[in-house]
Write a protein that binds this ligand. Structure first.
Ligand code: PCA
Length: 325
C-alpha cells in the first residue's frame, strides 16, 4: 500500500510538472470503502464507465473498493489534500467536523426513502457549502437501505442488548450502544466480517445489504427490521482536479454524477428487499421488532435528536424544523 501511495504521489508530481503534451487521456484513482459487490460500489463502477464513454476515453476513473487504497476514515482527507482527486465516504462519520453531516444518522428522524429524500433536499446545501469551503464538491449521495438490528440472540427489548459488544460505525451508533448499555466497538466496514468471526462483536445496526457483505449469518442469527434511519454515502471530488479538466470532460463528470445519484437511490430500494431475502435464505431470522423494542428505540432516538440539536446550532435547528414541516 505504501508503495502504491508513493507511485500515486509520483504520478501526481509528474502531472503537476506538466505531462507530455500528447497525453490527452487521464486516469483518476478513486478509493471507496465498501465491497465490490455492494450496490454502492456497483453504482460507482457504472458511473466510472459512463464517464469513460461520455468523454471518449479521455477520463478513466479507476475504482479501488473495499478500503484497499485508503481506509474509510482516511478517504475524505485524501481528497481534501489532493492525494486523490475523488473518493467515496460515509457522511455520518464526519460529524466531528460538522454535525450537519450526520443528521441522516439520527434514529427515526427520517426512516423511509420518501423521508430520506425530503431530508436530503434540506441537508444538501449545507453539505455542499461545508465541502466548498474545503476545496471540494459533492458529486452525488446515495442512501443505504434502512438500518436493522442484528444480534446473536433474541432481542425483544433494548434491555436484551445490555452487555453485548455492539459494532459502531460513527459517533451516533456508538452513542446508541451506550444507551443500550452495550459496549461500543468502532470498526470500519471492511473489517467487520473478521470482527464477527473472532467474536470481537456480537451485535450491530446496519443495512441488510451490509449484513450480506459481512455474511452476518455466520455468527448472528437475528435481523430485526427496525428501519431506524438511512445514512448516505457521498462521492466527493476536489475542485482543483475538476478545474484541471477541459470543460467538456468536466461537464461529463458532473452530468454522470447527477445520473448516478438517481440510479443509486433506485438500486438502494431494490437491494433493501432483495438483501433481506438473502439473509433469510442463509438461515437468519428476519423479523419485525416487538412493540417494546420499537418503543425503546423511539425513546432513545428522541433523546439522540435532542442531543444532536444541542450541538448543531442554528443550522441544525433550521434543518430539523424544515424537515418536520
Ligand atoms: N452499512 C455501512 C454503514 C451503513 C450501512 O448500512 C456499515 O455497516 O458500515
Amino acid at each position: 500500500m505504501l508503495v502504491r501511495k508513493m507511485l500515486l504521489a509520483a504520478a501526481a508530481a509528474l502531472a503537476a510538472a506538466g505531462a507530455p503534451a500528447t497525453a490527452t487521456a487521464q486516469s483518476w484513482d478513486m478509493p471507496t470503502p465498501y465491497a465490490p459487490a455492494n450496490f454502492h460500489t456497483v453504482n460507482i463502477e457504472r458511473f466510472a464507465a459512463a464517464v469513460k464513454t461520455a468523454t471518449g476515453g479521455k477520463l478513466a476513473i479507476k475504482v479501488h473498493p473495499g478500503a484497499s487504497l485508503y481506509k474509510m476514515p482516511e478517504i475524505k482527507r485524501a481528497v481534501q489534500t489532493g492525494q486523490v482527486p475523488i473518493g467515496e465516504v460515509l457522511m455520518v462519520t464526519l460529524t466531528n467536523e460538522n454535525p450537519l453531516y450526520a443528521v441522516d444518522g439520527l434514529p427515526f428522524l427520517a426512516s423511509s426513502y420518501a423521508q430520506a429524500e425530503k431530508l436530503w433536499g434540506i441537508q444538501r446545501p449545507y453539505v455542499e457549502r461545508i465541502l466548498a469551503a474545503q476545496g471540494m464538491r459533492l458529486l452525488f449521495a446515495v442512501p443505504w437501505p434502512p438500518q436493522g438490528l442484528m444480534a446473536n440472540k433474541e432481542v425483544t427489548s433494548a434491555a436484551d442488548l445490555e452487555g453485548l459488544n455492539f459494532r459502531a460505525y460513527d459517533k451516533q451508533t456508538s452513542r446508541l450502544a451506550e444507551l443500550f448499555k452495550a459496549r461500543p466497538v468502532t470498526i470500519q466496514a471492511a473489517e467487520v466480517a473478521q470482527a464477527l468471526s473472532t467474536g470481537k462483536i456480537n451485535s450491530l445496526i446496519s443495512s441488510a445489504q451490509s449484513g450480506v457483505d459481512y455474511k452476518a449469518w455466520e455468527s448472528l442469527k437475528y435481523f430485526y427490521d427496525v428501519q431506524a434511519w438511512l445514512p448516505k454515502n457521498m462521492v466527493i471530488v476536489s475542485n482543483a482536479a475538476l478545474e484541471a479538466l477541459d470543460p467538456a470532460t468536466r461537464n461529463a463528470v458532473l452530468a454522470e454524477g447527477k445520473k448516478a445519484e438517481q440510479a443509486g437511490w433506485a438500486s438502494s430500494q431494490e437491494v433493501a428487499e432483495a438483501t433481506k431475502k438473502t439473509l433469510a435464505a442463509n438461515g437468519m431470522k428476519v423479523l419485525a421488532p416487538s412493540p417494546k423494542l420499537v418503543d425503546d428505540l423511539n425513546r432513545m432516538g428522541r433523546q439522540m435528536v435532542d442531543e444532536w440539536l444541542a450541538g448543531a446550532g442554528a443550522d441544525g435547528k433550521a434543518v430539523v424544523e424544515a424537515f418536520r414541516k
